[in-house]
Design a protein around this ligand. Structure first.
Ligand SMILES: Nc1nc2c(ncn2[C@@H]2O[C@H](COP(=O)(O)OP(=O)(O)OP(=O)(O)O)[C@@H](O)[C@H]2O)c(=O)[nH]1
Ligand SMILES: [Zn+2]
Length: 373
């Protein structure tokens, strides 16, 4: 490659999220490419030279046969090898920075151990996890419990959560109070009001993408996710509920893009799997979503305090003196129970492997200054 070519491609690759640390992981002689969509045995990838199809090479196929977690997924960075006949082979999968993993149920119905995990990676290398919760949903105001659940999920992925209170036009003067309540449910996390109708807050959302980050938008059906993505893109790239209702077509009938490049830089991953995610794999994410309770717990008299009725419980004391809303503790108990149940059903070997793989990355990402603006 000549020098000007190299310059041109490094500029556009960085718009796809490519950086020096990824470059250090790329095996010699391979071309960097990001997975935009997967098909059986092949992926549509974005490269500095545009979009192309790449078939999985032997080593990728072998790794995926041994463990489905090694299967390429949307958002993955890969290395391509140019074959003599001009086609491309997906020859290497680069280590993931973050991942949304749906833990498989490792035990088979025959009562034995299947031996192989069935974990599935839904999206990889997501930097920012936007959590969209409408200010008003039918007649209900924002559901703090749902925000907490999605925060746990977001932390677990290794990405940085940002809470967006959408449809902020619907509650008028009650907005500042609602934002305070949401902030209490999201310690250490940025909370913004967004209105896709007036455009309020859309620039703040764009700012988080910083021209190169990759995001997902999680939230209940009708939270305004598609409308927000359209506002960010400046065009109708996602079919919204209004459109779907308007022409009477079924929902999710269009095959939309899964890795969306925004005009100002930055990318959004939107897949059916990510849309359905909700209950899975909160794991340690619950502790991170409830860092206020974790901090208080360090002051409890008993190290194994369950914060129910023990003497010297700092959590209960904080509820009594009004510094911690009781709702937070109820939520925490509920999500911990759910997370424990999920963990008991998923493959322990898979969980351990994933934890090891991302532990260092998590640490790195949560260093002050990197993780919180
Ligand atoms: N008033 C108001 N309505 C909005 C706003 N954003 C979205 N809506 C409306 O809310 C409805 C749902 O929006 P969508 O963007 O389709 O919601 P979604 O989260 O993508 O929903 P699913 O695709 O079902 O997951 C649509 O009728 C939108 O027009 C907003 O900021 N203010
Ligand atoms: Zn306690």
């Amino acid at each position: 490659m000549s020098a000007p070519d190299l310059f041109a491609s490094s500029v556009s690759l960085s718009r796809l999220g490519w950086d020096d640390s990824l470059a250090a992981d790329l095996p010699d002689g391979l071309l960097p490419a990001r997975v935009a969509r997967v098909d059986r045995g092949a992926a549509e990838v974005l490269t500095a030279e545009g979009s192309l199809q790449a078939h999985y090479g032997a080593s990728v196929r072998r790794a995926a046969a041994a463990d489905p977690v090694a299967l390429p997924c949307v958002g993955d960075w890969t290395g391509l090898r140019r074959l003599p006949e001009g086609r491309f082979e997906l020859a290497a999968l680069l280590p993931r920075r973050t991942a949304f993993v749906r833990g498989g149920v490792g035990r088979t119905s025959r009562g034995g151990l299947s031996g192989d995990s069935q974990g599935q990676v839904l999206a990889a290398n997501v930097d920012i996890v936007f959590i969209a919760e409408p200010a008003l949903h039918a007649t209900d105001t924002a559901d703090l419990g749902r925000i907490e659940r999605l925060l746990a999920l977001a932390w677990e992925s290794g990405g940085r959560p940002v809470v967006l209170v959408t449809k902020s036009d619907l509650i008028g003067d009650a907005l500042p109070h609602l934002l305070e309540e949401v902030a209490e449910a999201a310690p250490g996390v940025d909370v913004h009001a967004v209105c896709s109708v007036t455009g309020e807050g859309v620039d703040i959302v764009r700012g988080h993408l910083d021209g190169r980050h990759t995001a997902v938008v999680l939230g209940a059906s009708g939270a305004g996710k598609s409308t927000l993505v359209n506002a960010l893109a400046g065009e109708e790239i996602m079919e919204t509920q209004r459109v779907r209702a308007g022409d009477g077509r079924g929902r999710h009938t269009t095959v939309h893009r899964e890795l969306i490049r925004l005009p100002g830089g930055g990318l959004i991953i939107d897949t059916p799997g990510i849309r359905r995610i909700g209950l899975y794999d909160m794991g340690e994410g619950v502790d991170l979503a409830f860092s206020d309770i974790e901090d208080l717990a360090a002051e409890c008299r008993f190290a194994d305090c369950s914060h129910r009725a023990e003497p010297g419980c700092a959590v209960i004391a904080a509820i009594e003196d009004g510094t911690l809303p009781e709702r937070r503790l109820v939520s925490w108990h509920k999500l911990r129970r759910e997370a424990a149940w999920m963990a008991s059903r998923s493959d322990p070997r898979l969980r351990k492997e994933l934890q090891n793989r991302w532990k260092t990355i998590h640490k790195e990402m949560r260093k002050p200054g990197r993780i919180r603006p």
